[in-house]
Design a protein around this ligand. Structure first.
Ligand code: ADP
Length: 506
């Protein structure tokens, strides 16, 4: 039957008896997993996708490093396998499940992962010098699981996330013999896991793999490139980003390979976890609200103004920013536009940390304009909820954005996204131009090019819409009722998996 197309033969025995027996088995390989360990949107995706795939008959397990925070959250994890030596020490594979029901395989390797603070950075702020070994180890274990390390569970498909999982596809492809199908998802092409040629031997690949048709990349080895070259199928996190990365402007040096593999590449727009992000049930808001009853949003606006020391002004249009502070995110453009933006009746609520010059810029702006600008430095999950619940609009001026999650949260919270027309931002927000307003489809504001001037124009248009309470309310209602959950994306991933399974040799 058509719906079973692509299921591997050994799974067919139990068909029609028990759903579990015929389920497609997928090993997800990821460096981050919400809610256990997160530095960016990748964690949200890796955390949500297995749960969204379960009702579609996918039996997923997620392999991730047993960082200290992960061990602390899952003290009952039980050992299921071990190796005497992997990159300088013994390792164990632990099995655990989250409260939400996700099944995990944790790579417990104290010599690689038992370190304080940010998972990628040493206390100096630089990448750990052995990051390539830390994630090569993760990929090696993914390969071993793919080859039958666990007697009771062997995946049909290995789905890697970003450069940290790139080598899994390479190890599996180069091992020879039957193997699971492989898929690699690019969450951000800017992070490539490049190492100099001298480190290539440490990756444990055959010397022949050090070639253009392989992992060689600008004279060194690319761990992302390895995955992009060897995985059966590729995806990225929005259709527009899938097109953009095939161009020199956004391809980050990999556009040639992306073009060569265009037929194997799809863009699947992320969802958000609509349980975690639900203004009707969000404990971090001052009062619950919904599309049917949006008025109580005002209580969170007042709470946010109080929290950030902003003037209590219900009628002032409040913009928020929730972001990592990097060049990518275009936060500097908002600073550049500030003199003009402060000429309008606006408030700005900013949460984020990263590049010191941007942190200093926002701290100085907030100090110079108390009551108008509130800035909180750091990563603060509860405050990010209150910002989305309290602000009227969210600014996302990214220079590039593979998908972006904060604009999706903004839609769900009726906090209209004002976004640069790039990547997933272009795919998820419908600009409130005249035609879109007349057709009653607008959900936010888009601008291009990504400059301070275009941002100012976008804020100006947002203010004009805000000044028209009926049009604003209608747009908010529409935004809040957009489908931003995971169901649609999960169906696309299932189709991608079936496609990959059809192509795997052996
Ligand atoms: P990226 O992965 O590039 O950082 P995304 O928009 O895909 O950007 O995902 C960012 C995620 O991290 C969102 O869930 C957002 O709410 C969250 N986030 C970003 N910065 C902060 C912060 N300073 N405090 C709390 N949450 C943050």
């Amino acid at each position: 039957p058509a719906q079973d197309e692509g299921l591997p033969r050994r799974c067919e025995e139990g068909r029609g008896k028990k759903k579990e027996a015929s389920a497609m088995r997928v090993l997800s390989v990821t460096p981050e997993f919400f809610p256990l360990v997160k530095t960016g949107g990748l964690a949200d995706v890796a955390g949500a996708l297995p749960l969204a795939l379960a009702p579609l008959g996918v039996n997923a397990r997620t392999l991730l490093p047993a960082y200290p925070a992960v061990r602390a959250a899952l003290p009952d994890a039980t050992p299921v396998a071990g190796l005497d030596e992997l990159y300088g020490g013994p390792v164990r594979l632990l099995q655990a499940a989250t409260d939400e029901g996700a099944e995990l395989l944790l790579l417990d390797a104290p010599h690689l992962y038992d370190r304080p603070g940010n998972i990628y950075l040493a206390p100096t702020g630089s990448d750990w010098p052995d990051n390539h070994r830390r994630f090569a180890a993760l990929c090696r274990v993914a390969q071993l699981i793919g080859s039958g390390l666990l007697p009771d569970w062997q995946p049909d498909l290995v789905h890697g996330h970003d450069w940290q999982a790139g080598l899994a596809a390479a190890y599996l492809a180069l091992a020879g013999g039957p193997r699971p199908a492989t898929v690699l998802t690019v969450h951000n092409l800017a992070f490539q896991g490049w190492v100099p040629a001298a480190s290539f031997v440490e990756l444990g690949l055959p010397a022949t793999a050090f070639a253009i048709e392989g992992v060689e990349y600008y004279g060194g080895a690319g761990m992302l490139k390895a995955g992009l070259y060897f995985a059966d199928r590729l995806s990225t996190v929005s259709p527009t980003y899938a097109r953009e990365i095939q161009t020199p402007e956004h391809g980050m040096g990999l556009d040639g390979l992306m073009r060569a593999r265009a037929g194997d590449l799809v863009g699947i727009t992320n969802g958000i976890d609509t349980e975690v992000w639900d203004p009707a049930r969000d404990p971090h808001l001052a009062a619950p609200y919904s599309a049917a009853d949006p008025a109580p949003k005002a209580a969170s606006k007042a709470a946010l103004q109080a929290r950030l020391g902003l003037e209590q002004r219900p009628q002032t249009c409040m913009f928020c920013i929730v972001s990592r502070f990097t060049q990518q995110k275009g936060i500097d453009l908002v600073l550049e536009a500030l003199p003009t933006l402060l000429g309008y009746d606006t408030q700005l609520a900013v949460l984020g940390s990263g590049e010191p010059v941007l942190e200093q810029g926002w701290a100085a702006a907030a100090a110079a304009h108390p009551g108008r600008i509130g800035y909180v430095s750091g990563y603060d999950e509860p405050l990010s909820h209150l910002m989305q619940g309290g602000a009227d609009a969210i600014l996302v001026p990214s220079r590039f954005e593979p998908c972006g999650l904060t604009q999706l949260i903004g839609l769900r919270y009726g906090t209209l996204p004002v976004v640069a027309r790039v990547g997933g931002l272009a795919d998820t927000v419908i600009d409130a131009n005249e035609a879109a307003l007349a057709d009653e489809v607008a959900t936010g504001i888009q601008f291009a090019p990504v400059t301070a001037l275009a941002l100012i124009e976008a804020v100006h248009r947002t203010m004009a819409l805000f000044a028209n309470p009926d049009a604003w309310a209608a747009t908010v209602r529409r935004a809040m009722t957009r489908d931003v959950g995971w169901t649609r994306a999960a169906q696309h991933y299932l189709a991608l998996y079936r496609d990959a399974l059809r192509r795997v040799p052996g």
